[in-house]
Design a protein around this ligand. Structure first.
Ligand code: ATP
Length: 353
């Protein structure tokens, strides 16, 4: 079921939390709402769910205006960060609860409810825990039960608010893959809130980047990373190395540092943004770049070694960052205080003026 959000404005007192938000979410897609704390992600999700009323604008499901409908009538599934399971009910009773309180005319029969609960437990791979109480479950298990409970109502739209926010890194990663697989199998339309860039990029078909109550950009993860439309998006999606200078012909120069731009660079390049993986480090300057750096710190971060570097003879607002492989680290054996030169891949320079 598709979701259309049309010109939503939402205020809390005099504070405007959502500013003229419009968004089209196609049927069957998994959409991530990504943005810093306070950008309005949860509020937008709650407006879609009907938990929050907006001052103006409309929400449509499959082309039908659901704005006047109460949350219950919208029939969306909802999963919160903090499980919200009933403590005094077993896992099976938690999953069945929503079905059992349905009006008599809509309620499935008792054997049908039992069958549906068993199927859902199977699907979230927790059938062996049916008779446990929430206090006897791990965080990851509780969240899978919360998801099963939301799915018991067979919603065509599933809304998830930081569903993995309270879990540790390893469990988060597993659950992400698992949610993606479940989504691909069941094809409901899902919207999830996260402030974790990696999570949004890994899990979503499309990412909606929000900032201060507005949408900054909507795109597929790869496009968002490769073609950010604003400095905000560029910065928010990972570290960026910035070089600013004056353009003289094709050469962008700042004190002793310079980069020669490719001929087809258009516009007045004043600031270049370079992702850490879009440059190499070497002992000598390259023909097209003279960017001396000093190594300030070396840290092992999972699969790569991250170097933090300070410009020498030119300046940058923030230190530069470069990730190198363990193999390269072992070959080169860099030490703190060493000097080297950055060689940007000129095909990937991003001019953000
Ligand atoms: P987070 O990642 O921290 O949850 P968010 O992007 O989800 O942030 P929202 O929770 O949507 O942000 O909040 C957006 C803004 O609206 C914030 O400045 C918040 O303080 C404000 N806000 C949210 N709910 C209320 C409320 N019930 N009353 C007053 N202000 C609110």
């Amino acid at each position: 079921m598709s979701i259309t959000v049309e010109r939503i404005n939402k205020y809390f007192g005099s504070f405007q939390a959502l500013k003229d938000i419009s968004l089209d979410i196609p049927d069957g897609k998994l959409i991530g709402l990504l943005g810093p704390s306070g950008s309005g992600k949860t509020t937008l999700l709650r407006v879609i769910a009907g938990l929050e009323n907006a001052e103006s604008g409309r929400v449509l499901f499959h082309g039908e205006d659901v704005t006047p409908l109460h949350v219950r009538e919208r029939r969306v599934g909802f999963v919160f960060q903090h499980y919200a399971l009933f403590r005094h009910m077993t896992v099976a009773q938690n999953i069945a609860f929503g079905l059992e309180v349905m009006p008599r005319k809509d309620r499935p029969s008792a054997p049908e409810i039992r069958r549906r609960v068993a199927d859902l437990l199977e699907m979230v791979q927790l059938a062996h825990l049916a008779e446990r109480f929430p206090a006897q479950l791990s965080g990851g298990q509780k969240q899978r039960i919360a998801l099963a409970r939301a799915l018991a109502m067979k919603p065509q739209i599933l809304l998830l608010d930081e569903p993995f926010g309270a879990l540790d890194a390893k469990v988060r990663k597993d659950l992400r893959r698992w949610l993606r697989a479940l989504h691909d199998e069941l094809h409901f339309t899902s919207v999830f809130v996260t402030h974790d860039q990696e999570e949004a990029l890994e899990l979503s078909d499309q990412v909606v980047v929000m900032s201060a109550g507005k949408i900054e950009q909507v795109d597929e993860p790869r496009a968002l990373y490769a073609q950010p439309e604003s400095r905000f998006v560029f910065d928010f999606l990972g570290h960026v190395n910035v070089f600013s200078g004056d353009l003289q012909g094709r050469r962008l120069q700042q004190s002793e540092g310079w980069i020669e731009l490719p001929e087809d660079t258009d516009g007045e390049a004043v600031q270049l943004y370079i992702r850490p993986h879009e440059l190499r480090l070497q002992d000598e300057p390259a023909a097209h770049a003279h960017l001396p750096l000093r190594i300030d710190s070396i840290s092992l971060i999972g699969a790569e070694v991250r170097l933090e570097l300070t410009p020498c003879g030119w300046q940058s607002e923030e230190p530069w960052e470069v990730g190198i492989s363990h193999a390269e680290f072992n070959r080169w054996q860099p030490q703190r205080g060493d000097r080297c030169y950055a060689v940007p891949d000129v095909g990937h320079l991003f001019n953000c003026e």
